[in-house]
Design a protein around this ligand. Structure first.
Ligand SMILES: [Zn+2]
Length: 444
């Protein structure tokens, strides 16, 4: 959910969507890595670090297939629908309707954004409906349709309001600097991204899920986690540890770090606490702590910021090229024309699709580092860090119906985390406390 909200919020900056995907689902079992590809198990044999009983295996393979198809279909359809809307003159008609409403630019901009957003949302609805249906069917979600629809409506409103403001800003910058807008718009866009990441845990996330201090219901667990924090040599006050009531909507396990500065926090889902042992939760938490200590959020923001700049530049070039070539046919007169927004979104959607493997590869690198950190962080706190970490991955994979043998191309292109099988295998063999070896992030 977190992913979608951001995605929606910044619908104009489609390029940034995969980034937020990457950092939102910290310990999620459903997405995975190739750093450990050498370790990939090719069968579901009982000796593998992560394996499923036959019945679950069949379900996991079927569900993974659905998710992969939805993923690629979603990207393809997102691009195709913009092409169709432009080619069929629908975008030009939306522009005419918006301009006909009023001479006021604010009215025009928001009306056009609303029409375009409404159309693309409706066109994407069948896939969204099917995705939720499948999640319920495969026991991943317990959210009813009314609650689901309400979440969709909230997301829509957020995107409309914030997206509309971004559109106004974009066209203002385009008018002021027709040849350099890609750079001048990038600066406020980055500030908005930074602000969104900062306010999300406080203002956005609570719109979709309930949060409370972890200490309220699980004081013993907080004490336990403070031991891990102390070993990491950092300070995370218990007030920055939150419990999210995920069980109202999903059955899967997760924990994540989010925000920065005053809003920085660690969030553990209630499902995780209900289904994992204190040792396993300590490892999952150690992994999250790794993201925190190793500054993965600022590093990711910087990486994505640079990528976004490149994408804006290519977006600028692409829009000019497309308008010169197809502008007459599509009824898009210039980049100042409201309808040029659809052309820009089209270019960004294509760039976003092709930057997926870059962003996911970068994310998998961080995830692997966090796995190493997590395992080292619980040394001396749990009896057997190797077994604990491996069991945690087994549990994550089993509950999220993770296929033990994902297709390598799918993994390369879409996995923000290493595959669960490779993470479990790494955990099982990683023991830096043997003679001649030393931990990567700790002195002992
Ligand atoms: Zn992570």
């Amino acid at each position: 959910m977190r992913i979608r909200i951001f995605a929606v919020l910044l619908f104009l900056l489609t390029a940034i969507v995969p980034l937020l995907k990457a950092q939102a689902s910290a310990a999620q079992g459903t997405q995975q890595t190739p750093a450990a590809q050498e370790q990939k198990t090719t069968t579901n044999d009982a000796g593998a670090a992560y394996s499923l009983p036959p019945e679950k295996l069949a379900k996991a393979i079927a569900y993974s297939r659905i998710r992969v198809i939805l993923d690629f279909l979603g990207s393809g359809w997102g691009i195709l629908q913009l092409v169709l809307l432009l080619a069929l003159g629908a975008v030009a008609r939306m522009r005419d309707a918006a301009v006909g409403l009023s001479a006021n630019r604010w009215v025009q901009g928001f009306a056009f954004a609303l029409l375009l957003l409404l159309t693309t949302t409706l066109l994407g609805l069948p896939l969204d409906l099917y995705a939720h249906h499948a999640a319920v069917e495969y026991g991943q979600s317990v959210q009813g349709w009314a609650s689901w629809a309400l979440d969709e409506a909230k997301s829509f409103l957020l995107v409309f309001v914030f997206g509309g403001l971004l559109v106004m800003l974009l066209f203002w910058v385009i008018r002021k600097s027709p040849n350099r807008w890609w750079f001048w718009f990038w600066i406020p866009a980055m500030l908005i991204v930074l602000l969104s990441v900062f306010i999300a845990p406080v203002l956005i996330d609570p719109l979709f899920n309930k949060f409370e201090p972890l200490a309220k219901s699980n004081p013993a667990l907080v004490d336990r986690l403070e031991q891990v924090v102390t070993r990491g040599g950092v300070q995370i006050a218990p007030e920055r540890m939150y419990l999210m009531k995920a069980s109202e909507k999903v059955t899967t396990l997760n924990a994540y770090v989010t925000g920065y500065g005053a809003s920085k926090r660690v969030v553990v889902w209630d499902n995780t606490i209900a289904k994992a042992t204190p040792d396993e939760i300590s490892f999952i938490f150690g992994h999250e702590l790794g993201h925190y200590v190793l500054n993965h959020i600022p590093a990711t923001l910087a990486f994505l910021g640079l990528l976004l700049l490149v994408e804006f530049y290519l977006g600028y070039r692409g829009v000019r090229w497309l308008i010169a070539r197809y502008g007459k046919r599509w009824g898009v007169s210039s980049q100042n024309d409201w309808s040029a927004l659809a052309v820009l979104l089209l270019v960004l959607a294509v760039l976003s699709f092709f930057s997926e493997p870059i962003i996911n590869g970068y994310s998998r690198m961080h995830e692997h580092e966090a796995d190493v950190y997590g395992q080292e962080a619980i040394h001396g706190i749990v009896a057997d860090p190797q077994a604990t970490a491996q069991q945690a991955f087994q549990l994550l994979g089993e509950i999220s119906l993770v296929d033990p043998n994902p297709n390598p191309f799918v993994e390369f292109w879409t996995f923000s985390h290493p595959s669960v099988a490779s993470r479990a295998a790494f955990a099982a063999r990683y023991n830096p406390w043997t003679p001649g070896q030393r931990p990567k992030f700790f002195n002992k």
